[in-house]
Write a protein that binds this ligand. Structure first.
Ligand SMILES: N[C@@H](CC(=O)c1ccccc1NC=O)C(=O)O
Length: 256
């Protein structure tokens, strides 16, 4: 199957039957990623009177409650409501488009004098030279499937140099996705400098901009240009578990 889009006067084709899922599955009682001291995801069987919401236990249907912390369990997408007191700043209100042209890049965080591992602006800039896109997907190295189960809490995970937030805002990139728990340092006295710079909050807030954290981009997916579909639950909350999916974009050149 082939579909086409035109972005900045350039036609591209993509195959809707070939999605590249860059979200992490959420399990109950199985190894899974965790950050910011979140409890593990759990699914509880709902019991009301004689009813049991588990077919395994003899019930007619599965009917379970999910215990989940969006910022701490798996892939999630957040809006500026993460750092604002405005109760209307929810992911449901802020994210109104779901398809974007995205560039996937791969970078290695660099060890700093204080021991922190930081993705540097110069490395991101070098990879985005001459590229125009609506969304940026950052894969960090090393990229092992250990990212699917890693417990980050208290480990001071890698993060982004906060100037990257300003650079992406100036470049007009609306959506930032990365495979780390946060764009900012785990403990930073509540400064969240990269979050503030990316959203230009509070002076010139980019209300439609989002940050998606804890994605996982398998090695088989090459750096390049993709159509990105971000799917969320319509939560009136600053963040939602999410499912970002990529489709490879192939430029169509006129035949002479
Ligand atoms: N670094 C912040 C904490 C923080 O960023 C945070 C805390 C709980 C849940 C998510 C957080 N940040 C996610 O990007 C601080 O030290 O206050």
């Amino acid at each position: 199957m082939q579909a086409s889009i035109t972005y900045r006067d350039q036609p591209y084709t993509f195959d809707p039957t070939q999605p590249l899922d860059i979200s992490m599955p959420l399990h109950d009682k199985q190894p899974q990623p965790e950050c910011f001291w979140a409890e593990p995801v759990s699914f509880d069987v709902i019991r009301v009177g004689d009813f049991v919401g588990s077919v395994v236990e003899g019930g007619s249907t599965n009917y379970k409650r999910v215990h989940l912390t969006p910022h701490g369990n798996g892939t999630h997408t957040e809006c500026y409501g993460h750092i604002s007191a405005d109760e209307h700043a929810t992911i449901h209100n802020c994210l109104k488009r779901f398809l974007f042209v995205a560039q996937l890049i791969t970078v290695t965080p660099q060890k700093q004098e204080n021991g922190d591992e930081v993705v540097l602006l110069e490395d991101v800039k070098a990879k985005l030279q001459g590229i125009k896109c609506e969304a940026l997907v950052i894969r960090t190295l090393p990229n092992t499937d250990e990212k699917l189960t890693r417990h980050y809490s208290g480990t001071n995970p890698p993060y982004l140099e906060h100037a990257i937030g300003q650079y992406l805002a100036e470049k007009g990139i609306q959506h930032l996705l990365l495979d780390l728990p946060s764009v900012d340092r785990e403990l930073d006295e509540g400064k969240l400098l990269c979050h503030h710079a990316f959203w230009q909050y509070p002076k010139n807030t980019r209300c439609g901009a989002t940050i998606t954290e804890l994605i996982y981009v398998p090695d088989q997916v090459n750096d390049g240009l993709y159509l990105l579909n971000i799917q969320i639950a319509s939560l009136q909350l600053d963040a939602s578990p999410s499912k970002p999916v990529l489709y490879k974009l192939s430029p169509v050149f006129p035949t002479l």
